[in-house]
Design a protein around this ligand. Structure first.
Ligand code: HEC
Ligand code: HEC
Ligand code: HEC
Ligand code: HEC
Length: 152
């Protein structure tokens, strides 16, 4: 055995032991229960507050808007994509302070303003500065729920 190894072997042994001790303390309790995961994270995520009620819940009370929405190009959108997460309003309809109701150029432009990273065949886009600038807001013409029901 080369002499250098005589000093190195104990050194390696110390490193390996330190590693095993550190590993013992650093690995979370529930790690490995279901595989290469920390099983407790499932309960932690499930315990987070729910912010979105989901379209089916909104439709229960708002059938007029739901029918309009289903009849036109926005049929595939959820209500809360425009009105904001509203589980609180769905639980108690008097809570309305979190409801967004915007039909401005900027708001509709989040999805419809020309963007080379978005395919126009998938979502139709316009230049929000050039498209009918005679009106201030998009909903001055387009009904947000039935977009081809034009007001002007
Ligand atoms: C339990 C019935 C109920 C549910 C569920 C419900 N709403 Fe409402 N919502 C109401 C009522 C009632 C009003 C009208 C309150 C008023 O005008 O005083 C209202 C008002 C609104 C308004 C208009 C607020 C305003 O200030 O003009 C919007 C937008 C709205 N709801 C969206 C939603 C969305 C989105 C959902 C699903 C997340 C939803 N609602 C779920 C009952 C409900
Ligand atoms: C594309 C965005 C968009 C989607 C999707 C959408 N809304 Fe709206 N909604 C609006 C805007 C903008 C207004 C405000 C219209 C106005 O001021 O004339 C509005 C108004 C409302 C109002 C108030 C109506 C009133 O007379 O004051 C209710 C209630 C409502 N939406 C419910 C819903 C429900 C329920 C859904 C899903 C079934 C939904 N909305 C989907 C954008 C949207
Ligand atoms: C969350 C994204 C989103 C928002 C916000 C949104 N839209 Fe849309 N819109 C869509 C999608 C998706 C379609 C269906 C695909 C398509 O036809 O381009 C659509 C379709 C349309 C169409 C029909 C396009 C066509 O070629 O038939 C019009 C007009 C339109 N939206 C106007 C509006 C207006 C006005 C607003 C604001 C009140 C708005 N949209 C807000 C996603 C959005
Ligand atoms: C003065 C009324 C008016 C206003 C304001 C308006 N639109 Fe339009 N929009 C129309 C008409 C009419 C069409 C049909 C084609 C055309 O004339 O450009 C249309 C077409 C569209 C289309 C389909 C694309 C196309 O060329 O056919 C989209 C998407 C759209 N509008 C979104 C919006 C958005 C987003 C806003 C707000 C930034 C908005 N519109 C503001 C009247 C209007």
């Amino acid at each position: 055995m080369p002499v250098q190894l005589k000093t190195l072997i104990p050194l390696f042994a110390v490193f390996i032991i330190l590693f095993l001790i550190a590993r013992h303390f650093l690995i979370p309790d529930s790690f490995g229960k279901y595989g290469h995961y920390r099983a407790n994270s499932i309960d932690e995520i499930a315990a987070l507050p729910i912010n979105y009620a989901g379209k089916a819940v909104c439709i229960d009370c708002h059938d007029t808007e739901a029918e309009l929405l289903a009849s036109d190009a926005h049929a595939g959108l959820s209500c809360e994509v425009c009105h904001g997460p509203n589980a609180k309003h769905a639980d108690d309809y008097e809570i309305k302070e979190y409801l967004i109701k915007q039909g401005t150029r900027e708001f509709c432009g989040r999805c419809h303003s020309l963007n080379p990273a978005r395919k126009i065949e998938v979502i139709n886009q316009i230049d929000i500065k050039e498209h009918h600038p005679e009106k201030e807001n998009c909903i001055d013409c387009h009904n947000p729920h039935a977009v081809w029901e034009l007001k002007e």
